[in-house]
Design a protein around this ligand. Structure first.
Ligand code: SF4
Ligand code: SF4
Length: 310
């Protein structure tokens, strides 16, 4: 399915001109354009190239070419994309749901089932989009029918690590495990997706706006994009659907118990970590001492994390 903002139009150009120029349709309606009329014989360029003397349909210039192209109707600058390229770009398949322009204009969180919305299960205030697969270190995978993949961090990790100040992408393109380093409160922590995929790019927008990783973990905060690699099972060992929802509930509970343990160890400084209901609050990391923060990261978000035993 294509992005709803991807539109199509016809563009015309002159094959005889020394520089490829687009011929605007607006002039035609004003009666000033002669390329598509018998008046093309008066054109200097046409006279310099008489070899194609056979006039086209309705007396149009034989040098006049027309092709069908697509363009983004919400981009500030219009850029035409040939049909062949559109099918390969994110505009031409389900990946458009991770385009920042699409997210800004469509606000899919309010309306789209596919992008995740208020109809998704919410566990202890953490949204668990149904379409995603979840890894034990709290990373998610979105894989579409055509094999297009996106990877990011889930709502629990985003909630715990609100204050992310820098993101470094550690994995280059190719068939690899997507890996990035998050810097927060003086600590740099690796997040690595457990299964390899064919990485085609990283979300470099996050370098300028690292806060979006935690603010919109299932949308603009995606980390890597790419394709399912024939040689690797990208979904292997991940949880989905009701299993993922149940696991997220257990993890939220485990996090709360972890914070209770911290409170017991450092009673004076960790009181604010719990809200009224005794549930761990957002930005835990920002309220923890360095040693406790490292324990939290290692316990829940380590690259080698395994599914918690229940
Ligand atoms: S009239 Fe023909 S040769 Fe002249 S600019 Fe138009 S398409 Fe090109
Ligand atoms: S650039 Fe983004 S908003 Fe525009 S058509 Fe492509 S996916 Fe849609």
């Amino acid at each position: 399915m294509n992005c709803p903002f991807l539109k199509e139009t016809r563009v015309r150009s002159c094959s005889a001109a020394p520089v490829r120029m687009q011929i605007r349709n607006g002039l035609e309606t004003m009666g000033l354009e002669r390329c598509s009329t018998p008046a093309h014989t008066e054109c200097v360029v046409y006279r310099e190239h008489p070899e194609a003397a056979q006039a086209g349909e309705c007396g149009a210039c034989p040098h006049l070419q027309e092709r069908l192209v697509q363009f983004c109707s919400v981009a500030p600058v219009t850029k035409f994309v040939p049909y062949s390229e559109a099918s390969l770009s994110r505009c031409g398949d389900g990946a458009y749901e991770y385009c920042s322009l699409y997210l800004n204009f469509a606000q899919p969180g309010l309306s789209s089932v596919h992008s995740g919305d208020e109809r998704d299960p919410v566990v202890e205030g953490i949204r668990v989009p149904r379409r995603l697969y979840y890894a034990p270190n709290h990373m998610w995978l979105d894989v579409r029918e055509n094999g297009a993949c996106h990877v990011g961090i889930d709502g629990l990790l985003a909630r715990a690590l609100k204050n992310i100040s820098e993101i470094t992408f550690a994995t280059a393109k190719g068939v690899r495990r997507p890996s990035a380093a998050l810097t927060l409160d003086g600590v740099t922590w690796p997040v690595t997706f457990p299964n390899p995929m064919l990485i085609s790019g990283a979300n470099l927008y996050l370098r300028r706006h690292p806060e979006r990783l935690a603010e919109d973990p299932y949308g603009e905060g995606w980390l890597f994009e790419g394709w399912e690699a024939p040689s690797a099972k990208v979904r292997e060992g991940l949880l989905n659907g009701a299993q993922a929802v149940a696991w997220m509930g257990q993890e939220a509970q485990r996090l709360t118990e972890f914070v209770h343990g911290c409170t017991a160890r450092c009673e004076a400084s960790l009181g604010p970590l719990m809200n009224d209901g005794g549930v761990a609050v957002a930005d835990l990391a920002g309220q923890m001492q360095r040693e406790e923060l490292l324990r939290l990261l290692n316990e829940f978000f380590a690259p080698h994390a395994a599914w918690a035993q229940t």
